[in-house]
Every structure is written in structure tokens, then in C-alpha cells.
Design a protein around this ligand. Structure first.
Ligand SMILES: [Zn+2]
Length: 431
């Protein structure tokens, strides 16, 4: 009789978690390598270099890699080509596919850094640099989540695809939107999508508010500045409209509150920000005395899912008309710049449940469900590709995005990688 007991079985999940932990130094090194490529937007520098670095890593993880240039987009130029990279897992017919997507463009470093923004410095358990939080660490987490599944020898019933894309910071039109419009990302193949934007290792972001971005133009009549009564100042008229935004519209917006858990809390209400004002003579050298015949305000109105775009548009149009009605000489026109619809994963989404369970398993406490005041590429997944089960989950403190001395804690990076790996395992399933 043989009394030798079989070797203790290590749970599949524990093997995956251990593989992520064992890859800690590699994850950090890969993040630093990405940070060292200054893929700054604008103008969209070094995109090809960054796409190729990520592409080589995806290939090593066993994905089929394709580079997708944003042909036909005006911002895709010889000097600043828009190059995206897509890695596909082995296809299994009829099985769910999960798509992990991160943007590798970063905003310009700006002033106030105490470290080199493109060195990828690691110090006292944190990795520093432009993109350390938003969101090159997120891309590293996505890649090593899949790599850990491979190293743990887990065979998946479905597949995990990874894309790294450009231009999120300027709207994502040559990035995720392009991949969705060309059918490279589509709901035909992809059931779930996770964008590892920096909401931190315990927060799952369900979606974001909408944007109605427009110019309102005041039309005046020029005259000699010493006889201003002969003209009509567009700046004075704009002043009346700005006052109406403050006294008539803002109190109304303050009464509306979203059921979506938008953070920070004041962003649960709709908001309006006057982004820019231009009017009268340009401030270049000498001025000559003229009444301003044109004044333009660029307005950024953020709206909640409980408001419809028609309602938002209607509110603005009515307010502008009422300010015109106050004075028969007054005239404004509205020119729309951009519309983004609010989006959120549906209630009861299995994607949210899987991420929540994974957060609990890794961090020992429930995930906090949040939503974002500003938009990110989720809009394109939802509106163009029709992938409604899409959320953001990734390492890095949101507060450090776009700041000097941007950084990410290495422990958070590793924990988020573990969460993504466990969630992927649950969503596409072991064989
Ligand atoms: Zn981002």
C-alpha cells in the first residue's frame, strides 16, 4: 500500500497571485521603460517608439501583435504618426473575450518637478515620472496580469486582448475611437473591457459624466472708443450673459444630483466652466481705441446621466435667448465644439462583480464603486463599439495625474496587477 500523499494542490488563483508578486521587479522596470519614452501629447511625440516597446512585450506574452495607424485622421502626420498597438489572445470560438486598454500618451510635464519627469526613477517604493500614474503603470498592470496567467500555466476558455493607444488626452479619436470605428474593437468579439486608468487599487470606476462644449459668440458693432455710444460692445453683452450663467443657470444646476457615485462628491452635480474668453483687440503691442464687435466665450458644461443632451442644449439656448430678450440690440450665436455622452456600466454587470471580488481577494476589503467627473476612452467603447460592460480600474493615485512629481506606489501597481489577473480569470474562465 502506498501512503505517499499527493503534493498539496495550490489553488489556481494563488498561483496567479504568486506569479504577479514574483514579477514585481519586471513590472516596475517595464513601467520605467515606458516612462523614459516621452510620448507627450500635444504634439503626439514618440508614439511609434512607445507602441513598439509595448508591442514587443505583448509578443513575449504570446499575443498576436498588430500596429494600427490612424489612416485618414488629420492628426496622423508624417512628423507625428498616430500608432496604436493591439495584441490578441488566441481565439476560442463563442467564448467571451476581455479587452484591456490603456493610453500611452502623456500630457506635457509642465513646471515644478523635483525629479526628471522622463527618468522613471524608483525611490522609497514609488515610481516617478510623467505617466507614472496616468497611465503607463496601468498598461504595465494589464500586460503583466496576462503574463502572470500564462506563467501560472492557466489555460483560458476565452481570450484576453490588450491594446495600447494614443491621444486619449486629446479625445482619443486617433486611438480607441479609431480602433472602434474600424471594427478592430467591436462588441461582436469583445464582451468586457477594462481601462486601467488611475483610480487606485480598490476603486472601480463605473463610468463618467457627459460634456457639452460650445462657443457662444456675442456680436457687437465697432466704433471709435472715445464715442462708444455709437457702437455696441460685444464684451458688455458677454458680461450680461456670464452674469446670467451665474445667477439664473447655476442655482438650477445645483438642484440636480446624480445617482452615479461620482467622485469627488461635488461633481455629482452638473457643472459649467467658462474655459476661455476672447474679445476685442488681441493683446499684442499697441491698442487703438475701438469698441469690441466680437466676444467669444468657450464653455464647458458637464452633465450627469439624469440629464439628456437635448435638455442641456435647451437650457443653454433658452438662457441665451432670455438674455437677448433683455435688450433688443443684443445678439448671440452658439457654435458647438464637442459632445460626449455620459456612460456607465449597466447595474449588475458581471464585469463589476468580478473586479469587486478580485479587489476583496487581494486587498481584503470591498471595492469602492465610483464614477468620474471627466471623461476618458470608455465613451468610445460604449458609444462606437457598443461594449456596455466597460469600466476603469487601475493603479495610481488619480490626484497625481497631470501633476508635477507624478508617481505611483509599487505596492499599488502590484496589487492592481493581481486584481486584473484574478478578474480576467473569472471573466474569461479557466478551461
Ligand atoms: Zn488617463
Amino acid at each position: 500500500m502506498n501512503h505517499a500523499s499527493p503534493p498539496p494542490r495550490v489553488r489556481r488563483e494563488d498561483r496567479v497571485l504568486a506569479e504577479v508578486e514574483a514579477a514585481r521587479d519586471e513590472i516596475v522596470a517595464f513601467t520605467a521603460e515606458m516612462i523614459r519614452i516621452p510620448s507627450v501629447n500635444p504634439p503626439g511625440a514618440c508614439y511609434r517608439d512607445c507602441a513598439e516597446l509595448i508591442g514587443r512585450r505583448l509578443q513575449a506574452t504570446g499575443l498576436a501583435v498588430e500596429y494600427v495607424e490612424a489612416e485618414g485622421r488629420p492628426e496622423h502626420t508624417a512628423e507625428y504618426p498616430r500608432v496604436n498597438v493591439v495584441g490578441r489572445g488566441p481565439a476560442v470560438r463563442g467564448r467571451p473575450r476581455l479587452h484591456l486598454n490603456g493610453h500611452f500618451d502623456v500630457v506635457p510635464p509642465g513646471e515644478g518637478w523635483t525629479v526628471d519627469p522622463f527618468s522613471g526613477l524608483v525611490r522609497d517604493g514609488r515610481i516617478y515620472g510623467r505617466g507614472a500614474s496616468d497611465m503607463k503603470s496601468g498598461i504595465a498592470a494589464a500586460v503583466f496580469a496576462v503574463e502572470a496567467l500564462r506563467r501560472a500555466g492557466v489555460e483560458l476558455a476565452g481570450a484576453v486582448d490588450i491594446s495600447a493607444t494614443v491621444d486619449e488626452e486629446s479625445g482619443g479619436f486617433a486611438g480607441v475611437a479609431h480602433l472602434c470605428e474600424t471594427g478592430i474593437i467591436s462588441s461582436d468579439q469583445t464582451r468586457y473591457a477594462i481601462i486601467p486608468e488611475p483610480f487606485g487599487p480598490t476603486r472601480v470606476c463605473l463610468g463618467h459624466r457627459g460634456v457639452y462644449w460650445f462657443d457662444v459668440v456675442a456680436h457687437g458693432h465697432t466704433a471709435h472708443g472715445s464715442m462708444s455710444h455709437l457702437g455696441r460692445s460685444a464684451i458688455e453683452d458677454m458680461g450680461a450673459l456670464l452674469e446670467a450663467f451665474r445667477t439664473r443657470l447655476a442655482p438650477e444646476l445645483a438642484t440636480r444630483i446624480s445617482a452615479l457615485p461620482i467622485v469627488p462628491e461635488p461633481s455629482r452635480r452638473p457643472s459649467l466652466n467658462v474655459n476661455a474668453i476672447t474679445g476685442g483687440q488681441a493683446d499684442e503691442g499697441t491698442q487703438s481705441p475701438c469698441v469690441a464687435d466680437r466676444c467669444v466665450a468657450t464653455v464647458d458644461r458637464r452633465f450627469i446621466p439624469e440629464e439628456s443632451l437635448d435638455e442641456v442644449r435647451g437650457d443653454i439656448a433658452r438662457l441665451v435667448r432670455s438674455v437677448e430678450d433683455d435688450d433688443p440690440e443684443r445678439r448671440f450665436t452658439i457654435e458647438e465644439r464637442m459632445v460626449v455622452h455620459p456612460t456607465a456600466a449597466p447595474p449588475g454587470s458581471p464585469l463589476v462583480a468580478a473586479l469587486s471580488r478580485a479587489v476583496e481577494a487581494v486587498r481584503g476589503r470591498p471595492a469602492e464603486l465610483v464614477a468620474s467627473p471627466g471623461t476618458y476612452d470608455q465613451k468610445h467603447f460604449a458609444r462606437i463599439a457598443g461594449i456596455e460592460h466597460c469600466v476603469a480600474y487601475g493603479p495610481g493615485p488619480l490626484e497625481e495625474a497631470h501633476q508635477p512629481d507624478e508617481s505611483c506606489a509599487v505596492d499599488d501597481l502590484v496589487a492592481s496587477t493581481q486584481v486584473l489577473a484574478l478578474a480576467a480569470l473569472e471573466l474569461v474562465g479557466p478551461v
